[in-house]
Design a protein around this ligand. Sequence first.
Ligand code: CUA
Length: 346
Amino acid sequence: MGNWGTAQIQPGNRHPLYAFVHLARLLLALLLLAGCRAAPAIVTPQGPAGEAISNLWWTLLAMGGAVYVVVMGFMLVALFRRRQEPDEQRALRPGLARVIWLGGLVVPAVILFAVDGLTVGVLRALADPSAAPVMTIRVVGRQWWWEVHYPEYQVVTANEVHLPVGQPVEIELVSDDVIHSFWVPELHGKLDLNPGMTNRFWLQADVAGEYWGECAEFCGVQHAKMQFIVVAEPAEQLAAWLDQQRQPAPAPTEPVAQRGLEVFLESGCMNCHTIAGTAATGRLGPDLTHLASRRMLAAASVANNRGNLGGWIMDPQHIKPGNFMPPTDLTGTELQALLEYLSTLE
Ligand code: CUA
């Protein structure tokens, strides 16, 4: 080994503490930036699976942090302590081999086995819910949105997964095109949706509310705008929601809305979208039977309001470039009539 005296490794003969000051600055900046993200993280779990994952994350962070502190401590000592003896003599010092075996093999092995044991334990705990799932929800990944089926209730919706609070549900995941990944950070880990196979896991939210979900596998240009919302609600509320979602769309009664339905059926919308109770049975895009009941549009890209919906219909490529919905050339009157009709689809 050469001479690792401090003067040689610091460019410009700076004090060796500079490196650590820079590192500390970088870590601080990262911490501050992490605070900018409003989306929920795995560190605020709201269900049993999320909690198990979060606990594991904190444990691994603590272990990694301890290892980091110890290693950095040794490095500081090595940087600042003056070499007492020449290398040849040092190599012969009794006990040095023991330090190398202990620090280089035994301690890392113990730590790695502990990490392995903890991880396998959590994986086992995540494999099955504590109780039998109360319903099955089938989620189909599409570029770039989520089709959500409740097979036992004949309900199809998009980009919104409703489940009963405090009870596990089974999630079946399939893909229609490429690989996607279903992730609700506060409730569970990620699971892929693969074309040609069905993956299953479970979700449980212990606190009523809305949870952010997103695609966690790069799946094309609009991967970042492939999001969804999980709504955990009391069982009665969920039953009422399912009941409402099962109903076909009512025939519009107002003349403007009636005209809007005509626009929908004449302008090509029906080739891709279904509205139960009408002649529209397209399957390429989201089912719109209860569009007005949804919180957001375009896989949770923008809020579901009249302005955004109008903008989406006229120029969807502006909001989500590369998506498969073509622009429309409706007149202002046609658009307003269409929006009027769509607003009746509660
Ligand atoms: Cu779907 Cu990324």
